[in-house]
Design a protein. Structure first.
Length: 189
């Protein structure tokens, strides 16, 4: 029952008032359920554990993990193509920034800011991210799927990233010249 009330509070908060409402709703539910002696945890993004996948495409900020659920921030790098994966539990995403084509069980969806996504347990999901990173709140209705992040490399979020150099793509010379059509070597009398 506690799992359902916690998730209900989170989903209602996300729908009614964005992330701030979700945090407020879950905090109220957590206090009510805290009579079992469980410790309430409040974590700021910068103090949470930050992980990055081996390919450098996905970053996860591990915000809260309990006996019945996991909440984190998921950041998919711009133009990343994240291969399919499956989760053993239901998964919820609330998109904060960016956009992506998300494919779940063979059906593609365009997702962007202020959209919530429900992925059923066992659903296969992949992403093709747009020109900006996709930032989302990620919830697993059971903490087990978050175990994928255990093997990822941790990084210090307080150290700013070095800007990546943009690769110069060699440009081919056009035979069209300055837009006036093909250059001609034939002399006109």
């Amino acid at each position: 029952m506690r799992q359902r009330s916690w998730l209900t509070g989170l989903v209602l908060g996300l729908c009614l008032g964005g992330l701030g409402g979700a945090i407020l709703s879950t905090a109220v539910v957590a206090r009510a359920d805290n009579q079992d002696g469980e410790r309430v945890r409040v974590v700021h993004d910068t103090r949470a554990v930050h992980k990055i996948d081996p390919e450098g495409l996905v970053r996860a900020v591990l915000l809260a993990r309990g006996q019945n659920a996991y909440v984190g921030k998921l950041v998919l790098q711009a133009q990343a193509q994240v291969p399919p994966r499956r989760s053993s539990t239901e998964e919820y995403l609330y998109i904060i920034d960016g956009s992506s084509v998300m494919t779940v069980n063979g059906q593609s969806y365009i997702i962007g800011p202020n959209m919530a996504v429900y992925i059923p347990a066992g659903g296969e999901v992949s992403f093709i991210v747009g020109s900006e990173p996709l930032v989302a709140v990620q919830v697993f209705a059971g903490p087990e799927p978050a175990g994928i992040y255990n093997d990822w490399k941790s990084y210090d979020a307080s150290v700013p990233e070095r800007p990546r150099r943009k690769r110069r793509v060699p440009q081919k010379q056009s035979m069209l010249g300055d837009g006036g059509g093909p250059k001609s070597t034939i002399a006109v009398p």
